[in-house]
Design a protein around this ligand. Sequence first.
Ligand code: SF4
Length: 152
Amino acid sequence: MILVSSCFAGLDVRYNGTNCLNDKISKLVEENKAITICPELLGGFSTPREPAEIIGGNGEDVLDGNAKVVDKSGKDVTQLYIKGAYSTLEQAIELNATLVVLKENSPSCGGSTIYNGEFTGKKIMGMGVTSALLKRNGLKVISEEQFADTLL
Ligand code: SF4
């Protein structure tokens, strides 16, 4: 089974109540070849919510206790991000996921780039918290750009 970020399937779960519809990924969900998942909702957030960014590092640093996730008002939401990451991992294992396609740039789902923690739109190299945890546990995680190049 393939696990994909819910926002790719047109579900309005992003922080601002929008989605990031991806036709190719959405088709997989319609054909029951993929299941949607939103780590932030699993962590306990609802939609809409304040945007959040990782401060002081990337998702791996958050997992190691060396960086935190903070929302735009300055509230520390690290534990919710970690909870969402572990819930996603549990579901991925339960579903025996062979591939996970996650949304680039998100503090949860980003696979190679995330925002830099200043809420200025600038990006840095690094994974989000959920991507980092899934990869640490041996799951194959790719972005929507990488998925576009697959033959699926
Ligand atoms: Fe999409 Fe991931 Fe953000 Fe949920 S946490 S809205 S699945 S990018």
